[in-house]
Design a protein around this ligand. Structure first.
Ligand code: NAI
Length: 512
């Protein structure tokens, strides 16, 4: 009999009742599922049961769940002293130590205990579900059920299809995830599945920007938070996760994809890991922490400088109009001739190109020029932060006059050194491109990719919706310019992006 996930008497076995196992036990019991908990460490499962009941009691005290739900959920949690106690389970989720051989041995043992239709799921985040299943007599009943920490709050679960997983098994696990109140997304068994794969762009590109000396880590974080709308900058995120966790994930996914340049880790993070500068947990990462609180950073003052007049490049006429309005509102003369006068502050608006290339191709004096990032908008309702980029020859007076001009209406301004693609353009283009390639490889559906990333990584938009919002053609232009400038296949556009940009259709469009 295939497992009926939605029938009330469903029985779920959990092996390994650590951080993840107890979270899964909690949401299962709250969803009306009978839960059998087993842990190899004596007393661990009953300790976990008490912890879960304590959590539910606090939720009841705060009025988040009714008092009767507390009693009912608690009654559904049972500890079994031996693995054999899981014989009646219809689904078993394994959340033990992240070790392939130990997980394989457990699944082999379980197969001798459980019924013919019982589904075996692994919560692994980095091991191959297919390899775990290969140890089993019936690999078709094995799949991944990958939750995120903390399980009750991270409302997303990846259902991972191994090479031989039967469709009825993933269908049942998708239904189980939904029944437990989570958004369940389906993914093929590939390194990082969806969420940890899609997360490669944000941090690795930020580390490249730092490594190239374009901006310091604080400035990169400010831009990604205040201009691009992320809750946390990439360096704040690395500090929170800890480099002891994030650097091995970067290495592992890079090598599992046979040194795919899009996922290339950075020597900067490797060195900091070696030096024990891990992040919040060691009191010092990119930022310093005192009592868990990030040290305050001084913000550069707006320079007391003023341009005599401003000339704006017409490469993007709609952006030029907004820039001229900003200059006029700041009371600065706006030049409208084809070429700038010899006194003008020249503003260029590259997409993917650097300020130097933009100046040279337009015949402008690099000493009197700055570039501004217009991709995320500039006008009212636009970003709280604007990014300016200098050429190696931009004079200090020009830089300061541009800074003062774009800060005159109260906007914050970041000034960075020359870069193909500013900060936000290049990080966002990498995120969109990797999301597109996950779709291209048919690892998951476009809608599931975006759902998994918004819930699993907390990005303001999924990578495909982000690409649509920025304009697929704009993202393609950024990547092509970066690829041409650096000669690095890291920036080669995914075929998914290229075709949809050329056709003028949404990046969420699947093939018919
Ligand atoms: P944990 O160390 O908190 O708990 C593991 C539990 O498994 C311990 O109670 C241990 O006694 C028990 N255990 C170990 N070997 C066992 C065996 N052979 N049989 C029965 N019990 C055994 O680990 P955590 O963090 O809960 O992780 C569990 C799994 O979930 C790992 O595969 C991990 O990669 C995965 N995961 C962890 C996430 C996290 O953020 N902690 C996120 C997503 C997945």
């Amino acid at each position: 009999m295939p497992v009926d996930i939605n029938s009330p008497p469903l029985c779920l076995g959990i092996v390994g009742t650590g951080a993840m196992g107890r979270g899964i036990a909690q949401i299962a019991a709250q969803a009306g599922i009978r839960v059998l908990m087993f842990d190899a460490l004596h007393g661990a499962a009953s300790g976990a049961r008490e912890t879960v009941i304590g959590t539910l009691a606090r939720l009841a005290e705060k009025g988040k769940i009714p008092a009767e739900a507390l009693a009912a959920a608690s009654a559904r949690l049972e500890v079994v002293p031996r693995l054999e106690g899981l014989a009646s389970a219809q689904v078993i989720v394994e959340a033990i130590v992240e070790n392939l051989d130990v997980k394989k041995a457990l699944f082999q043992q379980l197969e001798d205990i459980i019924g013919a239709d019982c589904i075996l799921a692994t919560n692994t985040s980095s091991l191959s579900v297919t390899s775990i299943a290969a140890a089993c007599k019936r690999p078709e009943r094995v799949a991944g059920l990958h939750f995120f920490n903390p399980v009750p709050l991270m409302k997303i679960v990846e259902v991972v299809d191994g090479l031989l997983t039967a469709p009825r098994v993933s269908a049942a696990l998708l239904a189980l995830g939904q029944r437990m109140g989570h958004t369940a997304v389906q993914t093929r068994d590939t390194p990082g599945f969806i969420v940890n794969h899609a997360g490669r762009g944000f941090v690795t590109e930020a580390l490249r920007i730092l490594g190239e000396g374009i901006a310091d880590f604080r400035e990169v974080d400010r831009i990604m938070r205040e201009a691009a709308g992320f809750r946390m900058g990439p360096f704040e995120l690395m500090d929170l996760t800890g480099l002891d966790v994030s650097q091995p994930v970067m290495e592992s996914i890079y090598h599992q994809y046979y040194e795919e340049p899009r996922y290339r880790p950075s020597a900067i993070a490797a060195q900091r890991l070696a030096g024990g500068v891990l992040g919040r947990k060691t009191g010092r990462g990119f930022y310093s922490y005192s009592g868990g609180v990030q040290e305050p950073a001084a913000v550069a003052a707006v320079p007391d400088a003023r341009a005599a007049s401003v000339w704006v490049s017409q490469t993007h006429p709609e952006w030029a109009d907004v820039l001229r309005e900003i200059a006029a509102a700041a009371g600065i003369e706006v030049e409208t001739d084809y070429a700038p006068s010899s006194q003008a502050l020249c503003i260029v608006t590259p997409l993917g190109a650097d300020a130097t290339t933009a100046c040279v191709t337009q015949g402008l004096d690099p000493a009197r020029s700055v570039a501004i990032d217009c991709l995320l908008g500039l006008g009212s309702g636009g970003p709280a932060r604007r990014t300016l980029m200098t050429t190696p020859l931009t004079s200090a007076a020009t830089r300061d006059a541009a800074h003062a001009l774009f800060a005159a209406d109260g906007s914050a301004v970041s000034v960075i050194r020359d870069s193909a693609g500013f900060v936000a353009q290049r990080i966002l283009a990498c995120i969109v491109n990797i999301g597109c390639d996950i779709a291209q490889q048919r690892i998951a559906s476009p809608a599931d990719i975006d759902r998994a990333v918004t819930l699993g990584l907390g990005y303001p938009k999924g990578p495909l919706a982000f690409g649509d919002a920025l304009g697929a053609m704009n993202v393609l232009a950024i990547l092509e310019a970066m690829q041409s400038f650096y000669g690095d296949p890291r920036y080669r556009p995914s075929p998914w992006l290229k075709r949809r940009a050329l056709l003028g259709i949404s990046l969420l469009t699947d093939d018919t």
